[in-house]
Write a protein that binds this ligand. Structure first.
Ligand SMILES: C[S@@+](CC[C@H](N)C(=O)[O-])C[C@H]1O[C@@H](n2cnc3c(N)ncnc32)[C@H](O)[C@@H]1O
Length: 316
């Protein structure tokens, strides 16, 4: 993590009229392991649904991607996490003798080690070419080789961006690809509030711990005095809009000092700090996002309940 950037981002977020903290800072060692716990929660249907697609439909995915055993390609994953779904794609690619390199990119070096160990346990001879860093900064590297590329961006991670920023981000990916390169974009589909909301506010409090860990990270990294007992967590979802929002909530009126910034921040009782959005999609929403980009949809795979979709996009 870039300390100066962290300081700037925290200060900017806490100075806003409606306070925010960037979700990319959730993922330190504790945050990584809490996210693995979230993925296993009964309420968190996203991982199970996308795992089902990779587990049951990898051969179909390989076919839709137009991959051939005779042509070397690069498989690059943005925000790879523990790689538990990707392994289901790697297994048939390896066993059928495809010639490829797998490069998972993640901001958390710790999570990349977990991923490497997970893959090693299931594919002992397969080499992972991991890359630690912010994928926004690493995209430029893609251009350095002429080989066909398949980018994976799973887990509906793009849903943490607004639609406008998603278009810009997708264009940034496209700018670093050649025509006919592919992107597999995992998207959580629109569905009822009764299913979506518990995924962001589970009954056992893991999501709350995950959110509040961000304050813990500010305490340890920037010598701050957030009292975690005086903050809580809440989530909102409007079906019509299709966006889930997560917040840290100040339980009381309080002041928090962040010594590394030489500043104090005031919080009102009930004041919310917005930490994350999680967009829910349908074909039309995705098509609108893709309009200003160089990507077109060439395929779509869903789980049986149609909770989740992996769209296959191709650069024009
Ligand atoms: C919600 S997890 C999802 C992991 C995985 N894609 C999945 O679907 O299970 C998000 C992952 O993206 C990583 N991440 C978040 N923001 C990032 C950024 N700007 N650059 C690189 N990695 C990032 C986190 O460290 C975390 O491992």
């Amino acid at each position: 993590m870039n300390l100066e950037q962290f300081k700037t981002d925290i200060d900017n977020g806490l100075n806003k009229e409606s306070k925010t903290l960037p979700s990319k800072y959730f993922y330190d060692k504790k945050g990584d392991s809490l996210f693995v716990e979230i993925m296993n929660l009964p309420e968190y249907y996203l991982t199970r649904s996308e795992f089902e697609i990779f587990n049951l439909k990898s051969s179909e995915l390989i076919k839709k991607l137009g991959l051939k055993t005779t042509t070397y390609f690069e498989l690059i994953e943005l925000g790879a996490g523990d790689g538990s779904k990707t392994i289901e794609l790697l297994k048939p690619l390896v066993s059928k003798g495809f010639d490829f390199k797998y490069t998972p990119i993640d901001i958390s070096a710790n999570t990349l080690s977990v991923l490497e160990n997970n893959i090693h346990a299931q594919l002992p001879t397969f080499k992972v070419d991991k890359l630690a860093g912010d994928y926004f900064n690493q995209l430029g590297r893609l251009k350095n080789t002429p080989h066909p590329k398949v980018i994976l961006f799973l887990g509906s991670n793009i849903g943490n961006l607004t639609d406008e920023k998603s278009s810009l981000f997708l264009n940034e990916i496209a700018r670093n690809l050649n025509s006919r390169d592919k992107l597999v974009l995992g998207l959580d589909l629109r569905k009822s509030k009764s299913i979506v909301l518990p995924a962001y506010n589970d009954s056992s409090g893991v999501t709350k711990a995950f959110n509040l860990n961000l304050l813990n990270r500010i305490n340890t990294t920037l010598d701050a005095n957030f009292n975690l007992n005086e903050f809580s967590h809440t989530a909102e979802y409007e079906e019509q809009e299709g966006v889930a929002r997560s917040f840290i909530l100040s339980k009381i009126k309080q002041e928090v000092r962040v010594n590394a910034l030489g500043k104090a921040y005031q919080f009102d009782k009930g004041e919310k700090i917005h930490t994350e959005i999680s967009r829910k999609y349908d074909d039309k929403i995705l098509e609108d996002i893709l309009t200003p980009t160089c990507f077109k949809i060439i395929g779509k795979l869903t789980d049986k309940k149609e909770f989740f979709a992996d769209y296959i996009l191709e650069k024009r």
